[in-house]
Ligand binder design. Structure first.
Ligand SMILES: Cc1ncc(COP(=O)(O)O)c(C=O)c1O
Length: 346
Protein backbone atom coordinates (compact mmCIF):
# COMPACT_ATOMS: atom_id res chain seq x y z
CA UNK A 1 0.00 0.00 0.00
CA UNK A 2 1.30 3.47 -0.86
CA UNK A 3 0.17 6.04 1.71
CA UNK A 4 -1.23 9.38 0.58
CA UNK A 5 1.22 11.20 2.87
CA UNK A 6 3.06 10.78 6.15
CA UNK A 7 -0.12 11.91 7.92
CA UNK A 8 -1.94 8.76 6.85
CA UNK A 9 0.79 6.76 8.62
CA UNK A 10 -0.35 8.08 12.02
CA UNK A 11 -1.58 5.37 14.39
CA UNK A 12 -1.75 1.58 14.06
CA UNK A 13 1.09 1.35 16.58
CA UNK A 14 2.02 -2.07 17.98
CA UNK A 15 1.13 -3.49 21.36
CA UNK A 16 3.99 -5.49 22.88
CA UNK A 17 4.62 -7.49 26.04
CA UNK A 18 7.14 -5.92 28.46
CA UNK A 19 7.91 -9.39 29.79
CA UNK A 20 11.65 -8.78 30.15
CA UNK A 21 11.24 -5.63 32.20
CA UNK A 22 8.33 -7.12 34.18
CA UNK A 23 8.83 -10.91 34.05
CA UNK A 24 6.40 -13.56 35.27
CA UNK A 25 5.13 -14.61 37.75
CA UNK A 26 4.20 -10.94 38.33
CA UNK A 27 1.36 -9.20 36.53
CA UNK A 28 1.57 -9.05 32.73
CA UNK A 29 2.37 -5.64 31.27
CA UNK A 30 1.61 -4.79 27.66
CA UNK A 31 2.75 -1.49 26.15
CA UNK A 32 1.30 0.54 23.30
CA UNK A 33 4.34 1.85 21.44
CA UNK A 34 3.09 5.31 20.57
CA UNK A 35 6.68 6.31 19.91
CA UNK A 36 6.33 4.62 16.53
CA UNK A 37 4.06 7.35 15.21
CA UNK A 38 5.73 9.14 12.29
CA UNK A 39 6.83 12.37 13.98
CA UNK A 40 7.92 10.36 17.00
CA UNK A 41 5.05 10.60 19.47
CA UNK A 42 1.41 9.99 20.25
CA UNK A 43 0.78 13.70 19.65
CA UNK A 44 0.53 12.88 15.94
CA UNK A 45 -2.91 11.52 16.73
CA UNK A 46 -4.36 14.65 18.30
CA UNK A 47 -2.62 17.00 15.85
CA UNK A 48 -3.87 15.15 12.76
CA UNK A 49 -7.37 14.64 14.22
CA UNK A 50 -7.79 18.30 15.17
CA UNK A 51 -6.44 19.70 11.90
CA UNK A 52 -8.07 17.23 9.54
CA UNK A 53 -11.49 17.48 11.21
CA UNK A 54 -11.14 21.27 11.25
CA UNK A 55 -10.36 21.22 7.52
CA UNK A 56 -13.32 18.92 6.78
CA UNK A 57 -15.69 21.08 8.83
CA UNK A 58 -14.37 24.33 7.35
CA UNK A 59 -13.12 25.68 10.71
CA UNK A 60 -9.66 25.58 9.18
CA UNK A 61 -8.96 26.58 5.58
CA UNK A 62 -5.79 26.95 3.52
CA UNK A 63 -5.66 30.59 4.72
CA UNK A 64 -5.75 29.66 8.38
CA UNK A 65 -2.75 30.47 10.55
CA UNK A 66 -2.41 27.91 13.33
CA UNK A 67 -1.23 29.03 16.75
CA UNK A 68 -0.17 26.94 19.71
CA UNK A 69 1.82 27.30 22.89
CA UNK A 70 4.09 24.27 22.69
CA UNK A 71 7.76 23.47 22.75
CA UNK A 72 7.52 19.74 22.42
CA UNK A 73 5.90 16.83 20.70
CA UNK A 74 2.61 18.55 19.98
CA UNK A 75 4.36 21.36 18.15
CA UNK A 76 6.38 18.87 16.11
CA UNK A 77 3.25 16.88 15.27
CA UNK A 78 1.37 20.04 14.28
CA UNK A 79 4.33 21.13 12.16
CA UNK A 80 4.36 17.79 10.35
CA UNK A 81 0.63 17.92 9.56
CA UNK A 82 0.81 21.63 8.69
CA UNK A 83 3.51 20.88 6.07
CA UNK A 84 1.42 18.20 4.43
CA UNK A 85 -1.80 20.26 4.53
CA UNK A 86 0.03 23.45 3.51
CA UNK A 87 -0.96 25.47 6.59
CA UNK A 88 1.02 28.13 8.43
CA UNK A 89 1.87 27.48 12.05
CA UNK A 90 3.37 29.55 14.82
CA UNK A 91 4.60 27.80 17.96
CA UNK A 92 5.02 29.97 21.03
CA UNK A 93 7.95 28.56 22.97
CA UNK A 94 10.08 29.58 25.93
CA UNK A 95 13.81 29.39 26.67
CA UNK A 96 13.31 25.93 28.21
CA UNK A 97 12.78 24.34 24.78
CA UNK A 98 15.39 21.71 24.01
CA UNK A 99 17.81 22.60 21.19
CA UNK A 100 16.79 19.52 19.19
CA UNK A 101 13.07 20.34 19.37
CA UNK A 102 13.77 23.90 18.26
CA UNK A 103 15.74 22.62 15.28
CA UNK A 104 13.06 20.13 14.35
CA UNK A 105 10.35 22.82 14.50
CA UNK A 106 12.44 25.18 12.38
CA UNK A 107 13.28 22.45 9.88
CA UNK A 108 9.57 21.76 9.48
CA UNK A 109 9.11 25.50 8.81
CA UNK A 110 7.09 26.31 11.90
CA UNK A 111 7.34 29.98 12.88
CA UNK A 112 8.80 30.37 16.34
CA UNK A 113 7.83 33.05 18.86
CA UNK A 114 9.91 32.90 22.02
CA UNK A 115 8.72 34.49 25.26
CA UNK A 116 11.45 35.56 27.64
CA UNK A 117 9.66 36.84 30.75
CA UNK A 118 8.91 34.21 33.42
CA UNK A 119 6.38 34.85 36.16
CA UNK A 120 7.43 35.06 39.82
CA UNK A 121 7.53 31.22 40.05
CA UNK A 122 9.87 30.98 37.07
CA UNK A 123 7.12 29.62 34.79
CA UNK A 124 6.64 30.96 31.28
CA UNK A 125 3.11 29.61 31.01
CA UNK A 126 1.29 32.91 31.52
CA UNK A 127 3.60 34.70 29.10
CA UNK A 128 3.10 32.02 26.47
CA UNK A 129 -0.68 32.13 26.71
CA UNK A 130 -0.61 35.93 26.63
CA UNK A 131 1.53 35.83 23.47
CA UNK A 132 -0.83 33.35 21.80
CA UNK A 133 -3.79 35.62 22.57
CA UNK A 134 -1.93 38.66 21.21
CA UNK A 135 -1.03 36.79 18.03
CA UNK A 136 -4.63 35.59 17.66
CA UNK A 137 -5.76 39.21 17.75
CA UNK A 138 -3.16 40.45 15.31
CA UNK A 139 -3.23 37.62 12.74
CA UNK A 140 -6.23 37.36 10.48
CA UNK A 141 -7.86 33.93 10.25
CA UNK A 142 -5.85 32.53 13.13
CA UNK A 143 -6.82 29.32 14.92
CA UNK A 144 -5.57 28.55 18.43
CA UNK A 145 -5.31 24.77 18.57
CA UNK A 146 -5.28 24.83 22.39
CA UNK A 147 -4.56 21.19 23.23
CA UNK A 148 -5.28 21.69 26.95
CA UNK A 149 -8.92 22.55 26.26
CA UNK A 150 -9.66 21.08 22.84
CA UNK A 151 -12.13 18.18 23.14
CA UNK A 152 -10.76 16.69 19.94
CA UNK A 153 -7.53 16.01 21.80
CA UNK A 154 -9.06 13.23 23.92
CA UNK A 155 -11.39 12.13 21.14
CA UNK A 156 -8.36 11.35 18.96
CA UNK A 157 -7.31 8.81 21.59
CA UNK A 158 -10.79 7.41 22.14
CA UNK A 159 -11.36 6.78 18.43
CA UNK A 160 -7.71 6.01 17.65
CA UNK A 161 -5.41 4.72 20.39
CA UNK A 162 -8.17 3.18 22.52
CA UNK A 163 -10.00 1.55 19.62
CA UNK A 164 -6.76 0.02 18.36
CA UNK A 165 -5.96 -1.39 21.81
CA UNK A 166 -9.42 -2.96 22.05
CA UNK A 167 -9.05 -4.53 18.63
CA UNK A 168 -5.62 -5.97 19.52
CA UNK A 169 -6.36 -7.32 22.99
CA UNK A 170 -7.22 -10.96 23.44
CA UNK A 171 -8.19 -10.55 27.13
CA UNK A 172 -9.53 -7.83 29.44
CA UNK A 173 -7.14 -5.43 31.09
CA UNK A 174 -7.38 -4.35 34.71
CA UNK A 175 -5.09 -1.30 34.84
CA UNK A 176 -4.32 1.46 32.37
CA UNK A 177 -1.10 3.30 33.23
CA UNK A 178 -0.41 6.48 31.25
CA UNK A 179 1.58 9.68 31.73
CA UNK A 180 -0.30 12.98 31.84
CA UNK A 181 0.05 16.57 30.78
CA UNK A 182 -3.09 17.77 28.96
CA UNK A 183 -4.73 14.47 30.12
CA UNK A 184 -6.07 14.01 26.59
CA UNK A 185 -4.42 10.63 26.10
CA UNK A 186 -5.42 9.04 29.39
CA UNK A 187 -9.00 10.31 29.14
CA UNK A 188 -9.48 9.27 25.54
CA UNK A 189 -7.98 5.81 25.97
CA UNK A 190 -9.77 5.15 29.28
CA UNK A 191 -13.16 6.30 27.97
CA UNK A 192 -12.83 3.82 25.14
CA UNK A 193 -11.51 0.93 27.26
CA UNK A 194 -14.04 1.45 30.06
CA UNK A 195 -16.89 0.87 27.65
CA UNK A 196 -15.50 -2.65 27.20
CA UNK A 197 -14.04 -3.17 30.68
CA UNK A 198 -16.10 -1.20 33.23
CA UNK A 199 -13.90 -2.38 36.14
CA UNK A 200 -10.77 -0.86 34.58
CA UNK A 201 -8.63 1.15 37.00
CA UNK A 202 -7.03 4.21 35.47
CA UNK A 203 -3.63 5.20 36.87
CA UNK A 204 -2.15 8.57 35.92
CA UNK A 205 1.62 9.03 36.06
CA UNK A 206 2.48 12.63 36.89
CA UNK A 207 5.72 14.48 37.61
CA UNK A 208 6.61 15.71 41.07
CA UNK A 209 6.25 19.48 40.74
CA UNK A 210 3.25 19.25 38.39
CA UNK A 211 0.01 20.90 39.55
CA UNK A 212 -2.48 18.77 37.59
CA UNK A 213 -3.77 16.86 40.61
CA UNK A 214 -3.41 19.57 43.21
CA UNK A 215 0.33 19.46 43.92
CA UNK A 216 2.48 22.51 44.49
CA UNK A 217 4.43 23.75 41.49
CA UNK A 218 8.10 22.83 41.44
CA UNK A 219 10.96 22.36 39.02
CA UNK A 220 10.50 19.55 36.51
CA UNK A 221 12.95 18.53 33.83
CA UNK A 222 11.28 15.72 31.87
CA UNK A 223 9.69 17.21 28.74
CA UNK A 224 6.06 16.33 28.11
CA UNK A 225 5.28 15.03 31.60
CA UNK A 226 3.17 17.08 34.01
CA UNK A 227 1.85 20.61 33.68
CA UNK A 228 2.05 24.01 35.37
CA UNK A 229 -1.71 24.43 34.97
CA UNK A 230 -4.77 22.29 35.51
CA UNK A 231 -5.91 21.36 32.01
CA UNK A 232 -9.47 22.33 31.10
CA UNK A 233 -9.87 18.75 29.83
CA UNK A 234 -9.10 17.16 33.21
CA UNK A 235 -11.89 15.07 34.66
CA UNK A 236 -10.50 13.95 38.04
CA UNK A 237 -13.38 11.58 38.75
CA UNK A 238 -12.22 9.38 35.88
CA UNK A 239 -8.71 8.93 37.28
CA UNK A 240 -8.57 6.28 40.01
CA UNK A 241 -5.00 6.75 41.17
CA UNK A 242 -2.05 9.05 40.62
CA UNK A 243 1.58 8.02 40.93
CA UNK A 244 4.07 10.87 41.13
CA UNK A 245 7.50 10.21 39.74
CA UNK A 246 10.70 12.22 40.15
CA UNK A 247 12.89 13.16 37.20
CA UNK A 248 15.51 10.73 38.50
CA UNK A 249 13.08 7.86 38.68
CA UNK A 250 11.88 8.62 35.16
CA UNK A 251 15.46 8.71 33.86
CA UNK A 252 16.23 5.42 35.58
CA UNK A 253 13.06 3.89 34.10
CA UNK A 254 14.20 4.92 30.61
CA UNK A 255 17.60 3.33 31.11
CA UNK A 256 16.12 0.14 32.50
CA UNK A 257 13.72 -0.17 29.59
CA UNK A 258 16.55 0.31 27.09
CA UNK A 259 18.58 -2.45 28.70
CA UNK A 260 15.75 -4.90 29.43
CA UNK A 261 13.65 -4.56 26.30
CA UNK A 262 15.92 -2.74 23.81
CA UNK A 263 13.39 0.11 23.68
CA UNK A 264 14.96 3.59 23.56
CA UNK A 265 12.08 5.65 24.88
CA UNK A 266 11.45 9.23 25.99
CA UNK A 267 11.34 10.50 29.56
CA UNK A 268 7.63 10.02 30.23
CA UNK A 269 7.89 6.36 29.15
CA UNK A 270 10.59 5.97 31.81
CA UNK A 271 8.20 7.55 34.29
CA UNK A 272 5.58 4.95 33.35
CA UNK A 273 8.11 2.14 33.87
CA UNK A 274 9.05 3.59 37.28
CA UNK A 275 5.36 3.95 38.23
CA UNK A 276 4.58 0.37 37.25
CA UNK A 277 7.53 -0.72 39.38
CA UNK A 278 5.83 0.96 42.35
CA UNK A 279 2.43 -0.44 41.48
CA UNK A 280 3.33 -4.08 40.95
CA UNK A 281 3.94 -5.13 44.57
CA UNK A 282 0.37 -4.06 45.35
CA UNK A 283 -1.25 -6.17 42.63
CA UNK A 284 -2.16 -9.85 42.31
CA UNK A 285 -0.07 -11.74 39.76
CA UNK A 286 -3.21 -12.27 37.65
CA UNK A 287 -3.49 -8.49 37.01
CA UNK A 288 -3.26 -7.32 33.40
CA UNK A 289 -1.66 -3.91 32.91
CA UNK A 290 -1.67 -1.77 29.82
CA UNK A 291 0.95 1.00 29.57
CA UNK A 292 1.21 3.88 27.14
CA UNK A 293 4.76 4.70 25.99
CA UNK A 294 4.45 8.14 24.33
CA UNK A 295 7.67 8.93 22.47
CA UNK A 296 11.10 7.84 21.26
CA UNK A 297 14.37 8.36 23.11
CA UNK A 298 16.69 9.91 20.52
CA UNK A 299 15.65 13.45 21.50
CA UNK A 300 16.56 12.62 25.09
CA UNK A 301 20.18 11.54 24.56
CA UNK A 302 21.36 14.78 26.18
CA UNK A 303 18.76 14.45 28.94
CA UNK A 304 17.78 11.16 30.58
CA UNK A 305 20.51 9.20 28.76
CA UNK A 306 23.24 11.64 29.76
CA UNK A 307 25.08 10.78 32.99
CA UNK A 308 25.92 14.37 33.87
CA UNK A 309 22.35 15.53 33.29
CA UNK A 310 21.11 12.78 35.59
CA UNK A 311 23.75 13.46 38.23
CA UNK A 312 22.60 17.09 38.45
CA UNK A 313 18.98 16.14 39.20
CA UNK A 314 17.82 16.79 42.76
CA UNK A 315 17.25 13.84 45.04
CA UNK A 316 13.53 14.20 45.43
CA UNK A 317 11.58 11.61 47.33
CA UNK A 318 8.41 10.30 45.77
CA UNK A 319 6.44 11.24 48.83
CA UNK A 320 3.07 12.52 47.78
CA UNK A 321 2.12 13.96 51.15
CA UNK A 322 2.22 17.44 49.66
CA UNK A 323 -0.11 16.46 46.86
CA UNK A 324 -3.25 16.43 48.93
CA UNK A 325 -4.90 13.23 47.77
CA UNK A 326 -4.86 10.04 49.78
CA UNK A 327 -1.99 7.76 48.89
CA UNK A 328 -3.63 5.47 46.39
CA UNK A 329 -1.70 2.27 46.95
CA UNK A 330 0.35 3.27 49.95
CA UNK A 331 3.11 3.37 47.39
CA UNK A 332 4.97 6.29 48.72
CA UNK A 333 5.69 5.23 52.27
CA UNK A 334 9.01 3.75 51.20
CA UNK A 335 10.84 5.22 48.30
CA UNK A 336 12.96 2.99 46.11
CA UNK A 337 14.81 6.04 44.85
CA UNK A 338 18.16 4.86 46.18
CA UNK A 339 18.19 1.87 43.90
CA UNK A 340 17.04 3.87 40.93
CA UNK A 341 19.58 6.63 41.54
CA UNK A 342 22.34 4.06 41.44
CA UNK A 343 21.18 2.89 38.03
CA UNK A 344 21.04 6.47 36.89
CA UNK A 345 24.62 7.19 37.82
CA UNK A 346 26.06 4.33 35.80
C1 LIG B 1 6.34 12.62 25.85
C2 LIG B 1 4.98 12.90 26.39
N1 LIG B 1 4.50 12.13 27.36
C3 LIG B 1 3.28 12.36 27.91
C4 LIG B 1 2.50 13.40 27.47
C5 LIG B 1 1.17 13.64 28.13
O1 LIG B 1 0.10 13.37 27.25
P1 LIG B 1 -1.25 14.17 27.38
O2 LIG B 1 -0.97 15.61 27.03
O3 LIG B 1 -2.16 13.53 26.39
O4 LIG B 1 -1.73 14.05 28.78
C6 LIG B 1 2.98 14.24 26.46
C7 LIG B 1 2.21 15.38 26.01
O5 LIG B 1 2.71 16.23 25.30
C8 LIG B 1 4.24 13.98 25.89
O6 LIG B 1 4.75 14.74 24.92
Amino acid sequence: MIHESIVSCVGRTPLIALSRQFPPPGPAVAAKLEMLNPSGSMKDRSASHILDLGLRQGLITRNTHLLESTSGNFGIALAMVARVRDLSLTCVVDPGITPSNLRILRTLRANIETVTEPDECGSYLAARIERVRALAESIEESFWVNQYANELNWRAHDEGTGAEILAELDRPIDYLVAPVSTTGTILGVSRCLRRAFPALRVVAVDAIGSVIFGGSPGPRKIPGLGANRVPELLSPGEIDDVIWVSDREAAAGCRELAVSEGILAGGSSGAVVAAIGKLLPQLPSSAEILAILPDRGERYLDLVYDDEWCAALPHLLSNNASHGEAEPFGLFAESNDGEIFDDCRH
